[in-house]
Design a protein around this ligand. Structure first.
Ligand code: G6P
Length: 371
C-alpha cells in the first residue's frame, strides 16, 4: 500500500534509501566495549570454529555475489580456504565436505529452495552449516547449526538491495570473527576494519545524496539495449551485481566481467557508444588500479562510453572517462558497500523510465521456493 511505501513510488527506492540503517543495524550490538566481536546467535563454540579448515559459501542470485565478496575477505583475514558456489550446482557435483567444513548459506528470505536443499545435503555429509539470513525463524536458519541475522528489515521489492548490503556486512563480521577466534595475529587489522565498517553508513548516505547524477545518466542512456560492467578483485562481484540488476529490472542485455578477462573475449563486444561501467579499485591497490586504468583506455579507444566509479582523489582515470562517479574512500575489501549503490539507483531509474514495474519485474519471484 501507499502508506507502507512511506511516500516512495516503489518499495525498491525506499529500500535503497534504507541502506545506511540496514548496515548500521547489522553491526549493532556485535562489537563489545573491549572492541571484540560478539555474535550471540553463533551457536558454534570457538573450539568448533577452530576445527574449520575449509569454508564453502552457497547462495543464489544477488546473495551469491555477497558470497563472492566474502571469499576475498574471509581468505585474507582467516587464511582458511573459501569457495563460493551457486546453491543449485553444489549438491550435484559430489563436493568434498566433512565435519571440518563450514558451509555458509546466504539467503535474504531464508526460503530459497536451492539453498535449502544444498544445506540439507551439507548436513547429511556432516558439515557444519551457518546461515546468513534476513528473516527470523525462516526455514534455512532453522535447519542450520548457527545463524548470523542481517538486520535490514523486511525487503519487499523482488530485486534485493538492502538485503545485499547487509549480507556483505554479515560476511565481513563472520570473517573477522573467525580471525578473532583463530588468534590475535590479525588483531590490529580487525579493529581497523571494524572502525571502517562503522564509517560505512555515512558513506552509503553520501552515495544516496549524490543519486541524481546516476538518475540523469539513466535518462541519457534510456535507449541503449546493452551494457557492460567491469571490475576486479571485489569490484568483480560489484560488476556482476550491477549487470544483474539491469537485467532484472530494465530487461536489457547486461554482463559483468572480471577486467582482466577483457582481452580474452569481451573486448570484441565493444563498439561505438557501448556503455561500460568500470569499478576502479582504491589507489592503495596500485597494481590493480593501474591495470584497470589501462583497460578503460583500451575500451575508450574503441569507442565505448565509459562510466567510471572511482574513489575521491584518484584523477588518473579522468582523461578516459565520459562520466566519473565518485566513491568515498574505503579499504579495498569494503568498497562494494559503496560502489553497489549507484548501480542499484541506475537500474531502478532505467526501469522506471522504461515504464516497468520496479518492484515486481516480469517472470521473477521474491523467493524462489521451487528447485
Ligand atoms: C530471487 C530474488 C533475488 C535474490 C535471490 C536469492 O531470485 O529475485 O533478488 O537475490 O532470489 O534470494 P534469497 O532470499 O535466497 O537471498
Amino acid at each position: 500500500t501507499a502508506a507502507e511505501k512511506g511516500g516512495y513510488e516503489w518499495f525498491m527506492a525506499k529500500e535503497i534509501d534504507e541502506q545506511p540503517k540496514a548496515v548500521a543495524d547489522t553491526l549493532l550490538g556485535r562489537v563489545g566495549a573491549d572492541g571484540r566481536l560478539q555474535l550471540d546467535e553463533m551457536r558454534l563454540s570457538d573450539d568448533e570454529l577452530r576445527e574449520i579448515d575449509k569454508i564453502i559459501v552457497i547462495a543464489c542470485g544477488t546473495a551469491s555475489y555477497a558470497g563472492l565478496v566474502a571469499k576475498y575477505a574471509i581468505e585474507h583475514w582467516t587464511r582458511i580456504p573459501c569457495e563460493v558456489e551457486l546453491a543449485s550446482e553444489f549438491r550435484y557435483r559430489d563436493p568434498i565436505i566433512d565435519r571440518s567444513t563450514l558451509v555458509v548459506a546466504i539467503s535474504q528470505s531464508g526460503e530459497t529452495m536451492d539453498t535449502l536443499m544444498a544445506i540439507r545435503y551439507a548436513r547429511q555429509q556432516r558439515a557444519r552449516v551457518l546461515s546468513i539470513c534476513n528473516t527470523n525463524g525462516s526455514t534455512i536458519p532453522r535447519e542450520s547449526d548457527a545463524v548470523i541475522y542481517t538486520h535490514a528489515g523486511p525487503e519487499i521489492a523482488v530485486a534485493s538491495t538492502k538485503g545485499f548490503l547487509s549480507q556483505m556486512v554479515a560476511c565481513y563480521l563472520l570473517g573477522l570473527y573467525l580471525a578473532q577466534v583463530k588468534g590475535a595475529k590479525y588483531g590490529d587489522e580487525i579493529s581497523h576494519v571494524i572502525d571502517e565498517l562503522h564509517a560505512i553508513p555515512a558513506k552509503v548516505q553520501r552515495m544516496l545524496d549524490e543519486g541524481d547524477q546516476v538518475r540523469k545518466l539513466a535518462a541519457d542512456l534510456v535507449d541503449r539495449r546493452s551494457f557492460l560492467f567491469l571490475g576486479r578483485h571485489v569490484g568483480f562481484p560489484v560488476a556482476l551485481e550491477g549487470a544483474l540488476k539491469l537485467k532484472e529490472l530494465a530487461y536489457v542485455h547486461a554482463e559483468g566481467f572480471a577486467a582482466g578477462e577483457l582481452k580474452h573475449g569481451p573486448i570484441a563486444l565493444v563498439e561505438k557508444g557501448l556503455p561500460m561501467f568500470v569499478v576502479v579499485p582504491p589507489r592503495a591497490r596500485d597494481q590493480l588500479q593501474e591495470k584497470i586504468v589501462s583497460n578503460i583506455q583500451e575500451v575508450r579507444a574503441r569507442g565505448a562510453y565509459t562510466i567510471v566509479l572511482v574513489e575521491d582523489g584518484d584523477d588518473s582515470v579522468v582523461p578516459f572517462a565520459d562520466v566519473v562517479i565518485r566513491l568515498p574512500r574505503t579499504p579495498t575489501l569494503l568498497q562494494p558497500l559503496v560502489a553497489t549503490v549507484p548501480l542499484q539507483i541506475f537500474a531502478g531509474e532505467l526501469a522506471e523510465l522504461l515504464g516497468h514495474d520496479v518492484d515486481q519485474p516480469r517472470n521473477l519471484a521474491k523467493s524462489v521456493t521451487v528447485e
